[in-house]
Design a protein around this ligand. Structure first.
Ligand code: EPU
Length: 343
């Protein structure tokens, strides 16, 4: 490219870099395989001034247009045990490692603790951004700290758990730090002795049916993988970004009002006295399952998931999401929030 350094690519098709498999083009594209390279981007005379889109596994992203500026594709590798004693094991992984690969690696090393989070698509660096969670566990419960590089100053810093302000599918990186930094590595603490976390009823039922009463980390892992494979479409086969909608959290009064009108609604009490409503149940109750716009559809198996049946544009997916949100608002008076980042 004219006058541009060799490590900067121009006009790159992003279809293979987002799990929805929608087309968009990056005007500038840089692969980052080392934290110091982020500094090089910040200090670069042209790139330093451009808006930046940080891309991990592209599994929590909906591209509805060509992202302006430069796309930073995070490919920082590495997994290691930093510390291991009688109370816990501390592991560190580069932001570019696939999350599921880290889960498998820790199990192979003999360390349980991440098995409930098996098969979640995306990268290690993206995991804290939305505080990934599934089957009764959230990343925050295992999180120790992370390193990041500030995209304005190029300075590196370490953030401990409290500073990350984790919430349900939420963190500082979706608010004050949104688009402002690159997470370069993440540290997780796996407690000892290992205890199975079977609070999620379906997981417990699955193990009981399989005749497993005192499961090992590997058995919990296998159960989580089996449940996910049965319920959620594999993004490698059918483009999707996992749950597209968050489960809304409401106070007891609102939950009781809804319950009076819709006694069947699925809801879970939270520790603080609020309730999480199952958005999938509400979407299905609105008759949205299978609804499609262009190549985008509400998944036939799991109503929280929007899929690319083939040839969907980011705009098709967004219009479908809006129509689902409208239906749920009309019927239940609740505004669903989107889980992926929409560009
Ligand atoms: N349901 C329906 N219709 C459907 C699907 C589900 O009525 O099409 C009902 C089910 O019967 C169930 C309830 O909705 O009673 C909840 O369904 P599920 O157990 O599948 O969990 P979810 O609340 O829909 C959440 C996470 C998933 C995570 C699962 C398991 C969110 C937004 N989603 O889904 O996370 O795997 O729990 O823990 O919190 C993701 O974030 O991308 C994701 C897949």
């Amino acid at each position: 490219m004219d006058g541009m350094d060799a490590w900067v690519q121009g006009d790159v098709e992003l279809r293979e870099f987002n799990t929805f498999g929608v087309s968009a083009r990056a005007r500038r594209f840089v692969r980052i395989d080392d934290a110091r390279q982020v500094r090089a981007v910040v200090d670069h005379p042209e790139l330093g001034t451009l808006p930046k889109l940080v891309l991990g596994g592209g599994s929590n992203l909906l591209l509805t247009r060509d992202p302006p500026g430069v796309v930073l594709k995070i490919e920082i590798p590495g997994m290691r045990v930093l510390h291991d004693d009688a109370d816990s094991t501390l592991v560190e992984a580069g932001a570019g490692v696939a999350w599921h690969e880290l889960v498998c690696w820790t199990l192979q090393q003999g360390f349980g603790g991440l098995e409930n989070l098996a098969l979640i698509p995306g990268s290690v660096g993206a995991a804290p951004v939305q505080n990934i969670g599934a089957y009764g566990m959230e990343l925050a419960e295992r999180f120790e700290s992370l390193d990041l590089v500030d995209l304005t100053t190029g300075r590196a810093a370490t953030l401990e758990r409290a500073a990350c302000r984790f919430g349900y599918r939420d963190s500082l990186f979706k608010h004050a730090l949104a688009g402002k930094s690159v997470i370069t590595c993440v540290r997780l603490r796996l407690p000892k002795p290992w205890r199975a976390q079977l609070g999620y009823a379906e997981l417990q039922r699955h193990l009981e049916r399989a005749g497993v009463h005192d499961p090992s980390p590997q058995q919990v892992f296998d159960a989580v993988c089996a449940i996910r494979r049965a319920k959620l479409p594999d993004p490698a086969r059918l483009g999707n970004a996992g749950s597209f909608f968050k489960n809304p959290v409401v106070n007891r009064t609102i939950r009781n009002e809804i319950l009076e009108e819709f006694p069947e609604i699925v809801s879970y009490p939270l520790d603080d006295g609020t309730y999480k409503l199952a958005a999938a149940w509400m979407i299905e109750a609105c008759g949205c399952k299978g609804r499609s716009i262009g190549g985008a559809a509400v998944d036939a198996r799991h109503a929280l998931v929007l899929v690319n049946r083939g040839g969907a544009s980011g705009d098709d997916v967004l219009r479908l999401a809006e129509s689902v949100r409208d239906s749920v608002r009309e019927r239940f008076g609740i505004d669903l929030e989107y889980e992926p980042v929409v560009v």
